[in-house]
Design a protein around this ligand. Structure first.
Ligand SMILES: [Zn+2]
Length: 386
């Protein structure tokens, strides 16, 4: 009889733990953690920290004043004998406000687990814990020190966590990101667009719309003209998109508005496209005589380019093959913290988390039967580094 492959034995240990994984997910989802509510994120963070302490990890809280505390769990069974570091990234926060559970409770139906943050990305946090459990149960000790970093503000741009992520990434040979997979076949993400945001504020001059309109300069009209110009910068075939997503301006209909503003989401696949867009935004000039423009913002997540993911992806694909499934890859427009680490040149593989769909929506859910498989994949990756 052929001996069972080490990867397959991880999967066989994990398969019967599907319901234990689901129970932990339920506990995680029921601890709501909206990015903007520090107290709530910290409550959830304590639960996650306790799970890591149970597994013998060295846990430290990176305290934040306004945002939730970040959690750093170091799992290093080799102690001083560890040969370098691997970073595993995830986030504690979700896009759902407190009491979302009242109308969107955690529930199981037809092999799916529904609820706020199941997919993005509390499922990923569960996967990491069980990946470690599987390695411990199999008596397998990774060569590297593994640092799990759980941040509190990914969904709002990672303002307080970016420097921590970059510091840990620079010390690491590889970064595994537990963001959701793409599609129900569970593709990992080997490329992401760079993402940014610009705000344009127009200042005109107010006047009575009936008595002396000739004295006014209409800021809303100025913004509208700017939006029309900017929309022409869309080049979807080149991966460049601009979206005026928010406008504001004016006070009453009989007043020529003095102020108006627009906020624009921008995305590009490469550094060249990002620079071109930045230059174009800085070069905007008013159309209307007497109007002033103020432009601010820029790209806040660099693109994640495939060259920084390719080697890790083929490693992961090999592991998946041993477990008997095909692991696909995808290029996506959405950004994640993997953008930061890949931009430093550190090999990064993203989308290793849960398989599911409808992130950031009332139907958000994951495929329960994929949980053991994803945990086996992450466990396999962790022990594959020499
Ligand atoms: Zn996420």
């Amino acid at each position: 009889m052929k001996p069972i492959s080490p990867i397959l034995s991880l999967l066989e240990w994990l398969r019967p733990r599907e319901s234990a994984m689901t129970l932990l997910l339920r506990q995680f989802v029921r601890a709501e953690s909206p990015s903007l509510d520090k107290a709530a994120v910290d409550r959830f963070g304590k639960i996650v920290a306790a799970e890591w302490r149970k597994r013998g990890a060295r846990v430290s809280l990176l305290r934040q004043r306004e945002r939730g505390d970040h959690i750093r769990s170091e799992w290093n069974p080799r102690g001083k004998g560890a040969k370098g570091q691997i970073l595993v990234l995830g986030h504690l926060d979700t896009v759902y406000g407190l009491r979302t559970l009242a109308r969107m409770p955690f529930r199981l139906s037809r092999g799916r687990a529904y609820g706020p943050g199941t997919f993005d990305m509390k499922g990923g946090l569960v996967i990491a814990l069980f990946a470690v459990d599987a390695l411990v149960a199999a008596g397998r000790v990774p060569q590297k020190r593994i640092v799990f970093l759980w941040t509190s503000d990914e969904e709002i741009g990672s303002g307080t966590s970016r420097s921590v992520i970059e510091r840990e990434a620079r010390r690491s040979e590889a970064v595994l990101v537990l963001e959701p997979a793409l599609g129900l076949d569970g593709r990992v993400k080997t490329g992401r667009k760079g993402v940014g945001e610009f705000e344009i504020v127009a200042t005109g001059r107010s006047a009575h719309a009936g008595l002396n309109p000739e004295d006014g300069v209409n800021a809303i009209q100025e913004i509208a003209l700017q939006i029309a110009r900017i929309s022409e910068w869309n080049q979807p075939r080149l991966g460049i998109t601009v979206n005026a997503g928010l406008i504001e301006g004016g006070t009453r209909t009989n007043v020529i508005p003095e102020h108006a503003r627009v906020v624009i989401d921008v995305r590009a696949t490469g550094a060249a496209g990002m620079q071109t867009l930045e230059r174009k935004f800085r070069g905007l000039r008013p159309y209307l005589h007497g109007a002033k423009l103020h432009v601010r913002g820029g790209f806040n997540r660099p693109p994640m380019e495939r060259k920084n993911s390719a080697a890790l992806y083929s490693k992961a694909r090999g592991i998946a093959m041993e477990m008997g499934f095909r692991l696909g890859e995808a290029y996506v427009g959405g950004g994640s913290d993997g953008n930061f680490t890949a931009a430093l040149g550190v090999p990064t593989l993203d989308g290793l988390g849960a398989v599911g769909k409808a992130a950031h929506s009332p139907q958000e859910n994951i495929l329960i039967r994929a949980l053991p498989q994803r945990a086996a994949l992450v466990a396999g990756l962790l022990e594959t580094f020499p």
